[in-house]
Write a protein of this length. Sequence first.
Length: 504
Amino acid sequence: MTLHIAPVAPKTESARAFLATGPKRLLIDGEWILPASGRHFASIDPATGATLAMIGEGDAADVDAAVASARRAFTSDAWRGMTPTNRGRLLGKIADLIEAHADELSEIETLDQGKSLKTARFGEIPGAIAQFRYYAGFANKILGETIPTSIGYQPPGKKIFAYTTREPVGVVAAITPWNSPLLMASMKLAPALAAGCTVILKPAEDTSLTALRLGELMIEAGLPKGVVNIVTGYGRTVGAALAAHDGVDKIGFTGSTATGKALLGAAQGNLKRLTLELGGKSPAIVLADADLKLAVPGVARGIFANGGQVCVAGSRVYAHRSIYDALVEGLASEATKLKLGHGLAPDTDLGPLVSRRQADRVASYVEGGRADGAEIVAGGRQDGEFGTFFEPTIVTNTRPDMALMREEIFGPVVAVTPFDETDEVLALANDSRYGLAASLWTESLSSAHRMAAEIRAGTVWINCHSYFSPELPKGGHKESGWGYENGAQGLENYLETKTVCAVI
Ligand code: ADP
């Protein structure tokens, strides 16, 4: 049966007003301007195919203007001269404004990305607010050190006085993905601004709307002109121009491993600093003594939340043979309970995937697996008038060499594999070029911590999955990335160290 999705209008007046204001512009030097190309492209509601707004198609000329603006702002009195306390206060104001507009931003995010309103309103928009609040507190706690040295060749009678200062890295290009648009933008903007950097934000082409609304709110908060510029457009044009631009000092990127690798080459001209948060193929390991009342819904949420369009999605489940059947049955029951629909409909658990292209990709992994002998235990079907929905899907009888076991699907598809021994499951879990995250489900404290030490991943959750907070560092081992976001380490991404050594 094909899902028929009726359009749902946003409830908040301000969301309707934002969508109705005509073709969107770029934010450069504090002004909303038309793209140099004069062109726009449509941002689509993936549930209904309706055009939500026209987005400015930026290109290299706009990137030049945005970089020049960010460079000027970096040394401006308004920004460099702002006291650290006032910089923190400004971040706090941005948080307050996002909070005041949380209903509106959640509705815009849901319409643009497809996710359920619950996910936007109770997960991601609060997550964005938390980023600004957390890094607001860092702005006036960025400290250098005084360092006693053992240098002995200073002129007789003289001493050495040495210290470090921490300086903002400069002009930052923040290139963000389409899965959690406002949250991902905030994870870069908040620490970059706390450090005193200036930013050019390039949101993903499928989901630019909340970034543009955030731009308006940041201006309302009093952000000096040019400190944040927003250039919408395609990765191959705007993204590539930012990556190659000599006026950009640093790239903060979240996206696919393939694009992350392309950035390495593009960024080498001026040796840009790079933070790369890339793909994953995260295992969820359920031991024989797991509390299945906790594990079944937890593992299901770990893969199906946001339609599996989550970099840390637990897409490979390994279940001890003694509880394998119970787990598969439990996950299948969770999968069939989830209601597909328009993200804005109150009873929807899973909206459409972000685009037809993405749903087709997911379908091709499932079909490839089926052709190779995998068994589809639940779901498996692409759905909806526009082919943008995908049923929560459970696959068994896979082999480790299948594409669906090795590559990031970024959809609601999970493979469940039985195991017998701890060493065996650790080898299976680590048999991936990715190393983003993992979860362990067990009642045994020592098994949990012993295994956590053996897993090659940036985050290991125990009896939970996809638990995030700005305090918890987040990053990838292996081909899942370079560097860490969140926590004090997230701020380090945007700082340089200067050593001053004086003979006095
Ligand atoms: P996906 O393949 O899932 O869309 P991407 O890694 O391509 O993920 O996208 C993440 C972000 O990177 C988006 O904002 C996209 O526009 C941008 N992007 C894509 N290609 C490039 C590129 N060659 N250079 C810089 N940015 C890019």
